[in-house]
Design a protein around this ligand. Structure first.
Ligand SMILES: *Cc1c(COP(=O)(O)O)cnc(C)c1O
Length: 375
């Protein structure tokens, strides 16, 4: 029996423990100076002017949609090959999610041709996703958004640590959930280069209020006004302290992820496994996931079960959003055949900085056996 190889695990050390403890000792737990420091460090490391720390990426997506002016009756173009938060947040705004297909099995980013097909007078925003940590080239999407006078939201939940200096989206939304490239347990960040949007984000993060609790404690303000609707989507100091530690490591961890992905690709080639590996690997990739596309004839469930019995966890990214009961019932979507065949055949292999190249060999050896047994 091998040692268990998990799909994605957080790397946590003494520094995170100490950082959280320091916050507890300080006595100030909610959004304050540590959050501010985390925002500034995150923005500068990722090449954005501004960052707004939030309680989750889902909260960040919701805020980005609201800041983009998405209202009841509007349409928002979104991927179906993504996490369900992409669609849920659109529906929370009272808007209609319009699903776009992916470009191809080898390049499963959303297709610009689909966006052009599906954009209407009612479209208010378009959301793209850096699926698996492979960065979307944003210039054509910027041109598309400008041409139609709509906002561009890049769901960068998979891409923490990847420098985004050439990202042209109006908003980028990061996730620090426990299985992402860096974590604060729960948490997220909305990044923008637009000062006015940053001010709006900061307001709607905290009930639409014009001053913060800390401002008032310090005597910088005595009351507040509410000029627009908002939420409580704040991050706390404990999470920000953890985030500051993780932020120092995330680029290095991503480099390890790239090496492991490279190893997967080499071994799949050398062993002539009948698998397709999406995307070209380059230095910009955050390699959040290691997806492979199985042969059409293979039984994915049997393969996953076999791998599980060998102590190897695999997963599926994602069940397509448009096929969930709620979405099938309320927002029937047509013309997503590439997404559907990708999602039927996709398998996600373990990838995180806690595994070694030897573990990658173990995964591939067992996958070879599983494929032989399942076809
Ligand atoms: C994880 C994830 C989210 C949601 O992130 P939370 O921080 O858990 O809200 C959104 N989009 C994608 C693509 C994700 O992978």
């Amino acid at each position: 029996m091998n040692k268990d190889i998990g799909l994605s695990e957080a790397t946590l050390g003494l520094a995170e423990q100490t950082a959280v403890l320091e916050v507890v000792k300080s006595g100030w737990l909610t959004q304050g100076d540590t959050v501010k420091k985390f925002e500034e460090s995150f923005a500068s490391q990722h090449g954005f002017k501004y960052s707004c720390a939030v309680s989750s990426c889902t909260a960040g997506l919701h805020m980005a949609l609201v800041a983009a002016g998405v209202k009841a009756g509007d349409e928002v173009l979104i991927p179906s090959l993504s996490f369900v938060a992409a669609a849920n947040t659109v529906v929370q705004c009272g808007a209609v999610p319009v699903f776009m297909d992916i470009a191809s099995l080898r390049s499963p980013h959303v297709s610009l041709a689909q966006a052009n097909d599906k954009v209407t007078e009612k479209t208010r925003a378009v959301m793209i996703v850096d699926y698996a940590g492979y960065l979307v080239k944003t210039q054509p999407w910027r041109d598309f958004a400008d041409q139609h006078g709509i906002s561009l939201i890049d769901d960068t939940a998979h891409a923490a640590g990847a420098a985004q200096h050439s990202n042209l989206a109006d908003f980028c939304t990061y996730s620090f959930f426990g299985n992402k490239n860096m974590t604060t347990a729960e948490g997220g960040m909305v990044c923008t280069n637009d000062e006015q949007q940053q001010e709006i984000l900061q307001r709607i993060r905290s009930h639409g209020m014009t001053t913060s609790t800390l401002d008032r404690k310090r005597g910088h303000a005595y009351s507040y006004d509410v000029e627009r609707l908002g939420f409580n989507y704040r991050m706390d100091e404990l999470r920000a302290a953890m985030g500051l530690v993780q932020l120092q490591h995330v680029s290095g961890w991503n480099a390890t992820r790239r090496e492991l992905s490279q190893r997967y690709r080499e071994l799949i080639d050398e062993s002539q496994l009948p698998l397709m590996v999406p995307f070209e690997l380059d230095e910009s990739a955050a390699c959040h996931l290691q997806p492979v596309v199985l042969p059409e004839s293979s039984n994915r469930q049997l393969i996953m079960q076999y791998m599980r019995e060998q102590g190897i966890q695999t997963s599926i990214h994602y069940p397509p959003i448009h096929q969930f009961s709620f979405y099938k019932r309320s927002y029937p979507a047509a013309n997503l055949s590439t997404t559907e065949s990708y999602c039927e055949r996709e398998l996600t292999l373990p990838l995180h900085p806690g595994i070694t190249k030897a573990d990658v060999s173990t995964v591939i050896r067992n996958l070879d056996d599983a494929l032989k047994q399942s076809t």
